[in-house]
Design a protein around this ligand. Sequence first.
Ligand code: GLA
Length: 424
Amino acid sequence: MSTEVWFAPGRANLMGEHTDYNEGFVLPFALAQGVTATATARADGLLALRSKQKPDDPVTVSLDALAPGAVNGSAPGSAPGAVNGYAPGSVPGWAAYPAGVAWALRAAGFDISGASIDIDSDLPVGAGVSSSAALECSVALALCSLSGLSVPREQLALIAKRAENEFVGAPTGIIDQSAALLCQEGHAMLLDCGTLARTQVPFRPSAAGAVALIIDTRVTHALVSGEYAARRTECEEAARLLGVPALGLVADAGAVEALADPVLRRRARHVITDSARARSIASALQRDGDRGEGAGRGDAGGGRRGEGAGSGDAGGGRDGEGVETYRYVGGLLTEGHVSLRDDFEVSWPQADAAVDVAIGSGAYGAKMIGGGFGGSVLALIPVEREATVRSLLSETFSERGWTAPEFLDAVPSPAARRLGHADR
Ligand code: GLA
């Protein structure tokens, strides 16, 4: 029997929230923290799932009960679509993610074997750092490896997303799985969620004397809850009224004035401006990286649809060049947060307070990351201000009677990788 050990990282997103399912741009980077799946092949067609974080909740399912043909039928006495209790929506809790991946791999025609899989994670759950995609992707890679399958990572991202959409029932976009599988160390990845074209741009805050800090506000969110889906529906409605296939394809934020409904106008404005901000940050980081290398590689915007790559200017000359770039990026982070708070209305009090306190104590900028209604804030901070930012945040949360925030270093790290392999 062979054993495979695979790790997939969580992610933070510099810009482009709720733009992925609107075919706009996103700019995530992979974290050092993530999920490890240790998988041993088994010949009985079962998938036995255990998690160190959920010791009382092991789940064993039969792969055949997850078969693509079975999930469209219905078993007597069960919910529509359920067969042997293991159809979409029926595998309980955390195990739905790995079981969904096995289902989606088989639905895509990949003949995977049964496996015993042990999960371990150092990512907080429900904190907006994509622990679910890290779980899906580590399991997807482990299952493929055990069965000797080499599936292109772009395809694996779509398979893992399908698991989340159709098996778990969360109508999410493609950013999280793409980040876990395709990011590069020391880079953020500009992804065009319409075409799936991607560009890696240098992102090394430490080289500019800065740190990227994740502030977990300890308010947890769930993407299967109704608000995420409601935002998605509003965006689709706004696109329909504007006569475009998706809001991310609109370049001119002024176009939203054609929408009579003020709520839809705000939602559309957020998506269009956040997507533009993602491109602006990518261009600034690319220019900064080029200057650092003394090369002139041009912009990172990809030139899609003939737009300019970014509206802003990173400013600064060679001296203190990195500092100016990161100050500029920080300013855009804060703009992004204001847009999520006021136009998209997915922020929450602890996130707004964290952004204000971080900026007030010296951060270049900060924004909530992920789907919203709970989770984390990402702040870009000059290294000499980091300790102050942390302590003022803890103080503010305590004064307001909120659970103390937790902090994670957000170091741009490599994508998913194999940690080990053994044949027994
Ligand atoms: C969650 C979803 C993503 C994306 C973000 C918001 O993380 O999983 O697909 O929509 O929210 O940017």
